[in-house]
Design a protein around this ligand. Structure first.
Ligand code: FES
Length: 174
């Protein structure tokens, strides 16, 4: 009775319409905010997902001899897309599959090379050395070479490229 009386006055009607307008604006705002938040956040989340990349025929790899494989891939950072050149090290073990290493030394991230005479990976920056299976043989590297997920499908080598923090004794993905 009192409420009805309030709504009958100009003050009461104004307050009622103000509250109704605020409620309607809130509902519309929420209806727009939820899909918009998903639209904004999902590319950032997708960036973290691994993506299999075909880096070429596996039969071009020599058995038991590391090969540096270069390939061009599309990198997505949120909404930005760019073509970038990458390289990884791959070692084919006969019919036993392929091991793929990230191209950065685990000490401070320099690129390393394969020494075919001493049969070990060597980093020129601070002289870390790694065996063909990635184990540290010497130098300041705190952990073995970082292995990347890889598989062979229809004669093609597929990898998931990842980067890891350098200088740590355990792998921490960037
Ligand atoms: S970055 Fe490779 S040994 Fe330091």
């Amino acid at each position: 009775m009192k409420r009805e009386a309030l709504q009958q006055t100009p003050e009461g009607r104004r307050g009622f319409f103000r509250r109704m307008t605020a409620f309607a604006v809130s509902v519309i705002g929420l209806g727009l905010a939820v899909p918009l938040a998903g639209y904004v956040v999902s590319p950032a989340l997708k960036r973290r997902e691994g993506q299999w990349t075909d880096i070429g025929p596996v039969d071009r790899l020599p058995d038991g001899e590391p090969a540096q494989l270069e390939y061009v891939t599309t990198a997505r950072d949120g909404y930005m897309e760019s073509r970038i050149r990458k390289a990884v090290w791959a070692v084919k073990q006969g019919e036993g599959g392929v091991t793929v290493y990230a191209p950065m030394c685990t000490h401070l991230g320099c690129g390393y090379t394969w020494d075919p005479v001493d049969r070990r990976f060597e980093c020129p920056c601070h002289l870390s050395k790694f065996s063909i299976s990635g184990e540290v043989l010497g130098g300041p590297a705190p952990r073995p070479l970082d292995r990347l997920p890889s598989k062979v499908e229809n004669g093609r080598l597929l990898i998931v490229y990842k980067e890891f923090k350098a200088g740590l004794p355990r792998q921490v993905e960037l």
